[in-house]
Write a protein that binds this ligand. Structure first.
Ligand code: ATP
Ligand code: MG
Length: 407
């Protein structure tokens, strides 16, 4: 029935001069996510047609749902500009949407070919008349129709469709530059990563793993979550920098008063993240912090932790409600992985009374109790990078830290 998909670009239509480059990027993403040699692409000014060539539209749509920068798309049928063939095609399209019960509908027409002899309101009236004569299952309601039949008469042909499917929106991933996402095994950070990509930021991830203080499964969770996120990344690939945090973690447990343990652990994580970010051309840090969620995410904690870095820290979830975060987590298929009960370095040996309003001078004082710089440098040098690919599952085996692909 539908032989093509009409794709409308998102926010990027607003970007004037950069528009061409943006469209180029979205088109590349589309080809990459749709990943089907049989379909053909037809560029047309501010839109793109995907000619299905007999391929399943469901599979193509699955790919389109992972392309940031897309505003919406529709399954479309093309016909000539001859009124009789418009009638025929319009009925065919609307009939394919009917499920045996009466629905309300309206026809909406657009005439971008201003030389076309019939004006839009007249096209709508004529098409509606024809359709109504051919079925008893439709009733006109121009205010709140259940079904809208769209007829677009353009210079080359007429395009007819019913549904407009919402795309991801945002900007094509990569257009905004690269950021380093602090990725734990929890619910929040993968959602933060997804939102960053949706806004055009390409991500690499950093994970602090404290095996054997924490389990190997918690590191595997991180790989599995990255695999899910990579479905939205350019070429379905995301790098994860695995930081061996054990020694530093142990030192913190030995030297730092319990109530400041998490604050100082996070200051260490920020320091390492900034260095790894710089080495990998990431210009911002990203994380899943959300104001007020836990002791280390009060405004006072955040500000004391933040002072150790100069790089901007973007917190896509800072004002999000947990239920909304969970909703996105389910949508991107991460939730069932995130809720698996393995401890990571922030949850193991959790202090009974963490400071909710830590003081900067105290942090600095406690940090002088041991030579953390030496351990930091060693930790950074021993960091390993894994390439995670959405199409290629990786199981990690922790033998020290052996993975199938280390660069
Ligand atoms: P999440 O659900 O993502 O684990 P959370 O609510 O449990 O978040 P915290 O554990 O306090 O919150 O962590 C806040 C943020 O710090 C996380 O969202 C993540 O960005 C970062 N983070 C925490 N632990 C780690 C870790 N082991 N490795 C890398 N980043 C981490
Ligand atoms: Mg966590």
């Amino acid at each position: 029935m539908y032989e093509r998909i009409l794709v409308r670009y998102g926010d990027l239509t607003l970007k004037g001069k950069n528009k061409r480059m943006f469209i180029e990027r979205v088109n590349n993403l589309i080809r990459n996510k749709v990943n089907n040699d049989k379909v053909k692409y037809e560029k047309n000014h501010d839109r793109l047609y995907i000619l299905l060539n007999g391929e399943s539209h469901e599979d193509v749509i699955k790919g389109l749902d992972r392309v940031s920068g897309l505003s919406s798309y529709s399954l479309v049928s093309k016909t000539t500009k001859d009124m009789e063939s418009i009638f025929e095609k319009a009925f065919e399209v609307v009939e394919s949407e009917l499920k045996g019960k009466v629905v309300t509908f309206k026809v909406e027409s657009k005439r971008s070919d201003k030389n076309y002899p019939v004006k839009s309101p007249e096209i709508s009236k004529l098409v509606a008349g024809h359709v109504l004569r051919n079925t008893d299952l439709l009733k006109v309601d121009v205010h709140k129709p259940e079904l809208t039949l769209n007829v677009e008469v353009r210079s080359d042909a007429t395009f007819i469709y019913c549904k407009k499917i919402k795309g991801m929106g945002g900007f094509p991933v990569g257009v905004a530059g690269k950021g380093l996402l602090m990725l734990s095994g929890g619910i929040d950070s993968p959602v933060a990563g997804f939102l960053a990509m949706k806004q055009g930021i390409q991500i690499e991830c950093i994970h602090f793993e404290s095996t054997p203080l924490t389990s190997i499964e918690s590191a595997q969770k991180v790989i599995d979550l990255t695999e899910k996120m990579s479905a939205y990344a350019p070429h379905n690939v995301i790098k994860v920098h695995m930081v061996p945090f054990m020694e530093l973690h142990q030192a913190l447990l030995n030297y730092i008063p319990e109530s400041y343990n998490i604050t100082i652990m996070r200051r260490m994580m920020y320091r390492i993240s900034e260095e790894i970010a710089k080495r990998n051309n990431c210009i911002v840090l990203l994380n899943g912090e959300s104001v007020g969620q836990v002791a280390s995410q009060t405004l006072q904690s955040m500000s004391v932790i933040n002072t150790v870095v100069n790089m901007p820290v973007i917190r896509p979830l800072s004002t999000y409600d947990k239920l909304d975060i969970i909703g996105i987590s389910r949508k991107i298929d991460c939730y069932n992985i995130s809720i698996k009960p393995f401890e990571d370095c922030c949850t193991v040996y959790l202090p009974k009374k963490p400071a909710t309003a830590p003081k900067l001078d105290k942090c600095e004082l406690y940090e002088q109790k041991f030579d953390f710089k030496e351990i930091l440098d060693k930790t950074i040098e021993n960091t390993k990078t894994i390439i995670v690919n959405a199409n290629n599952h990786r199981d990690i085996t922790l033998e020290g830290f052996i993975v199938s692909e280390v660069i």
